[in-house]
Each structure stands twice: as C-alpha cells, then as structure tokens.
Design a protein around this ligand. Structure first.
Ligand code: PLP
Length: 410
C-alpha cells in the first residue's frame, strides 16, 4: 500500500495567481476590445543583457568541442563562479565569506524549501506576515505546522509576525521564541526593508535564543538607500546564526535561466536532541551533493558574466529601468491620494486599498474600471488584507498608462 506524506493534505490550495488568471481571462473574453495591463506577477520582462548572453553562447560552443566538453561539474558550483560571488557580493562589502560556504543552485525558491531537509521537525517556525508564500508552504509539507484555521487564515504552530503600516513594517519579537526565523529583505510583497540597526536586533535575538535566521536576499540589487544591509553578514556575529539565499533571477533576469546560491557559514551550528553541536555547513553540503548534480555549465558561465564590468553596467541599466517604473507608480499613486509603501529599495509597491474594501474587491474594481491587474495583499498572508501589490517589472509605457488610468479612476 502506498502511504503518502499526509502533511501535504494540510496545504491550502494557492488560489492567488490562478484566481487572478481566471478573472483576467474572463474579463478579456467579455471585453475583447479592452487593453488589460498586468502589473501583478513578480517576474522580470527585460531580456538577458548582451555580456551575459555572449558568455552563455561561448559556453554552449565549448560543450560541442571535444577539447572543451564538460560533463558533471562540482555539485556546489564551479570555483570560477563561487570566487566571483565571494569577491563581489561579500569581500567588496567588507564581509568575509569563503568559497566552501557558497552553494550554487538552480533557484532560491528550491533552496528556501530544501533547507528544511536538514532541520528538525520540532523546530518552531516564525514567518513575517505577509511574505513570499514558499516559506510557509514548505514547512507545512515537512510537518512543522498544525492544521489550517479557516477563521484566522493561519496555521497552528506557526508564528506569524505581522508587518503592516502599524508597526512600520518592522517585525516585532514574538511572544513565543521561535527556532527558525524567516526574514525576506527587501520584503516581497511589501517592498519594505530593515535598517542595519533593526537587523542587528534580530541577529542579537537569534544569538541569544540559539535560533536560526533564514535570510532571503533575492531583491538585494534593488536597495538604493544607505544604511540598508545588502547581506545579513554585514552584521557582526550573523555568521553564527544565519543562512543567506541569493538569486540571479531579479538582478540579472535569470527567472527563466535559473541560477542562485546559498551561503551556509562554517560558524553556524545546529544541535542534536542530546545537545551535541553539529556543523550546518556539513549537513547542507551532504544534502546538496546527494540530491543535486549542479547547475549547467553555460548557466554558471552566464552567472559569472554578471560580475564582469560590462555585465555589471548592463544589469544596472535594467535595474534602473525597473526602479524608474517603481518611482512612476509610487509618485503617481500618491498624487492620486493613495497611501503607498515600498518601491524605493524593491521593485514592489504596496498600497493601502481604499477604506471599506477588501484587497480582492479592490482587485475587481481595478480590473473592471481601469483594466489594470495587480495582486491582492491577502494572498501573501492574513495581515496583507487591506493592501495591494503592484510590480515595477512591466514596460515603462504600460506602467505610465496604468498609473494614468488609476489617477482617473472614479
Ligand atoms: N525569494 C523571493 C522572496 C522571491 O520573491 C522569489 C521569486 O519571486 C524567489 C525567492 C525565487 O527565486 P528563484 O527564481 O531564484 O527561485
């Protein structure tokens, strides 16, 4: 008889993007003459830049030549890429990370989910609310949650830390001390982040409580303000308590190419039930090498080119393009009288929906009245109710048009 992992039955169907797609398709069917502008999904739209594409082409050619063909590479990633990561993403910021603390993978989504393999089931998990839904769902799958409560919209045994305008989007230390804390900074979907001093407090808290911070820095490249850490390891002592996830998806448009990396410091220790200290880096190395066979050579060569002078210049232009859209959205919405958050250190704009409306009601109104698609905040967690996410990943022309339409909305 086939037994299943019954934790999967606790999962709530993710209706968010499928419901959005269904509503948009129906609207388009009934209104074929209307031009719908989509500022909903968090996927990039600008093509891969020439410096990266050239490197990828060259690497593909190498694979077709007897002398330069490559088969399996190191599971942890080629040294040529890991050296660049160490140099550019850490050393340049005064952070000391060594090559064997870097694990290259095909996505931060997989890494955020897979990390749970090496952590005990009894760990108490805390997530900010709202947040990228992968952290919650992967813990439900592993059995770290209880049942879903329809009334609260929350899972039992999971600590939800609200991040709303009431606390300035700064999570407070929860009443019950968690073992694992997910921090996504800059945060998807609120587009907000923490200052160095605010993050220092979380590192101190984790150190005091022997808790682990899982730090998702997928949007790090969009940070524009001073005093916002680009890596949690800029905080002293963070290497003893934090794992960091980074991705080439949002800085270099790799959402379809697929490449990311995770940093697992050697100082980081976990504990057996009898209190024995174990290296988390060794556990992750073992897990990664056993279940993963490395990212393809052309993709790693493409990722290496992200750090070349031309690569850096060209990806910066794309990031500036998106952040200009963010400015157009933010300022346009403010002129239209909306209260708006994010959009300065992240490509997400988080707005308060008009009083008395739910985020789904606002979604329907926006679609029907001005044919613009965004994402209802409640889809990212119960504290997202009353908010709405627009992304800066569209074209400039569409962004301007969408905002003009919203400004003229009745
Ligand atoms: N982390 C966050 C916070 C995200 O928003 C996303 C994608 O939207 C990811 C990770 C996924 O990254 P990747 O494309 O590397 O899997």
């Amino acid at each position: 008889m086939i037994n299943i992992n019954e934790n999967f039955l606790n999962l709530q169907d993710s209706y968010l993007f499928s419901t959005i797609a269904k509503k948009v398709a129906e609207f388009q069917k009934n209104n074929p003459d209307k031009k719908v502008i989509k500022l909903g999904i968090g996927d990039v739209t600008r093509p891969i830049v020439p410096a990266i594409l050239d490197a990828m082409h060259k690497a593909v050619e190498e694979l077709g030549n007897q002398d330069t063909f490559r088969g399996y590479g190191p599971e942890q990633g080629y040294e040529f890429l890991r050296e660049k990561i160490v140099e550019f993403d850490y050393k340049k910021r005064g952070v000391n990370v060594s090559i064997d603390e870097i694990f290259v993978s095909d996505g931060a989504k997989c890494d955020c989910g897979n990390i749970g393999d090496i952590l005990g089931i009894d760990n108490v998990v805390a997530i900010t609310d709202p947040v990228y839904p992968v952290y919650l769902d992967t813990n439900v799958m592993m059995g770290r949650s209880g049942k879903y409560n329809e009334e609260t919209g929350m899972f039992e045994n999971i600590i939800y830390m609200p991040v709303t305008s009431e606390n300035n989007f700064v999570p407070e230390f929860p009443e019950k001390v968690p073992d694992i804390i997910y921090l996504c900074l800059p945060n998807n979907p609120t587009g907000t982040t923490l200052t160095k001093e605010q993050l220092e407090k979380w590192v101190e808290y984790a150190r005091k409580n022997k808790a682990l911070i899982l730090f998702d820095g997928a949007y790090e490249a969009y940070i524009s303000e001073e005093n916002i850490p680009h890596s949690i390891y800029e905080i002293e002592g963070a290497k003893e308590v934090a794992i960091e996830f980074k991705s080439f998806s949002k800085n270099a448009g790799f959402t379809g190419v697929r490449c990311a990396y995770t940093v697992v410091p050697k100082e980081l220790k976990g504990y057996t039930k009898s209190g024995e200290e174990v290296s988390i880096n060794s556990l992750w190395n073992r897990r990664h090498g056993t279940k993963f066979n490395g990212v393809s050579y052309p993709v790693q060569k493409a990722a290496e080119a992200v750090y070349s002078a031309d690569g850096q210049k060209q990806i910066k232009e794309n990031i500036e393009y998106y952040m200009n859209n963010a400015k157009i959205i933010k300022e346009g919405l403010q002129e239209a009288g909306f209260t708006v958050y994010g959009g300065v250190n992240a490509p997400y704009i988080w707005l308060k929906v008009p009083d008395g409306m739910t985020s789904w009601e606002f979604f329907d109104k926006l679609l029907k009245d001005v044919n613009v698609v965004g994402t209802p905040g409640v889809g990212f967690g119960p504290s997202g109710e009353g908010y709405f996410r627009l992304t800066a990943f569209g074209t400039k022309e569409n962004t301007i048009e969408a905002i003009n339409r919203i400004k003229n909305m009745k």
